[in-house]
Design a protein around this ligand. Structure first.
Ligand code: ATP
Ligand code: MG
Length: 232
């Protein structure tokens, strides 16, 4: 389970202070898929960056699977955050963010390598995951030889291959045509369901939001839960 309490994040922009999050709290059950909606600038990426330990300069608290997440501080907190990110989390971004010099297979092996898995098992698991996202024939292709939809499928495989408890996705379908977007949503759901993964997905895409179990809406740095279950 993921809980966050009274999250506040202020940015400084020149002499100005921007209140990007003003006391955001919530609770997300294990295996739940939550869409984070709201207008541009409402704080969605700010919240995702905090939940994914990419930004630790905030006030408030985040607890994942009973463990209090580290906040900005010394090297020891940064090391703890790096360990948690690579072992318990997966990330999917709008622009795929694959490593361009690596093949699809090497990209998907990468999180397993960071977690110290032996090469043989890395290749077995990464191959299985690429097969599961329908890319069996493309495992030795580099990202620039794949379409946007195929690249995002590699990114989904990479985000889920190490069975993370939490996947953070920031606008994962925003760069895709509607057919590819639909495939990505379906894959995230199917693979995540198999592993009991929790997803928090920032999206402007109503079709993506409808596929989620629940929608949380942010407005001016505050959450207003619509409390509606769209699971079908
Ligand atoms: N690094 C930064 N420095 C200063 N202000 C920032 C920074 N990042 C975000 N902001 C501001 O914080 C607020 C929230 O931004 P955030 O990127 O979280 O919004 P968002 O909901 O993800 O928007 P979008 O839908 O456009 O991606 C906005 O007012 C934005 O301008
Ligand atoms: Mg954003």
């Amino acid at each position: 389970m993921l809980t966050f309490e009274n999250l506040q994040r202020q940015y400084r922009l020149g002499g100005q202070r921007v209140n990007a999050l003003c006391g955001v709290s919530g609770q997300i059950e294990r295996g739940e898929m939550v869409a984070l909606c709201g207008p541009s600038g409402s704080g969605k990426s700010t919240l995702l960056n905090i939940l994914g330990l990419l930004d630790m300069a905030y006030d408030g608290s985040v607890v994942l699977d009973g463990e209090v997440m580290p906040k900005a501080g010394r090297l020891v907190q940064q090391r703890q955050a790096a360990t948690l990110r690579r072992s318990k989390m997966g990330f999917i971004f709008q622009r795929f963010n694959l490593i361009p010099v690596m093949t699809a297979l090497e990209n998907v092996c990468f999180p397993l390598m960071l977690n110290g898995m032996d090469r043989h098992t890395q290749i077995r698991l990464a191959t299985e995951m690429l097969e599961a996202v329908g890319l069996a024939e493309f495992i030795h292709h580099r990202p620039d030889h794949l379409s946007g939809g195929q690249q995002q499928r590699v990114a989904v495989a990479r985000a889920l291959v190490h069975s993370p408890s939490l996947v953070i996705a920031d606008e994962p379908t925003a760069s895709l045509d509607s057919q590819s977007a639909g495939k990505i949503i379906a894959l995230m759901k199917a693979l995540g369901h198999r592993q009991g993964t929790t997803f928090v997905i920032a999206t402007h895409d109503p079709r993506m939001a409808r596929q989620c179990d629940r929608v949380m809406t942010l407005c001016d740095g505050q959450i207003s839960e619509e409390g509606m279950s769209w699971a079908s």
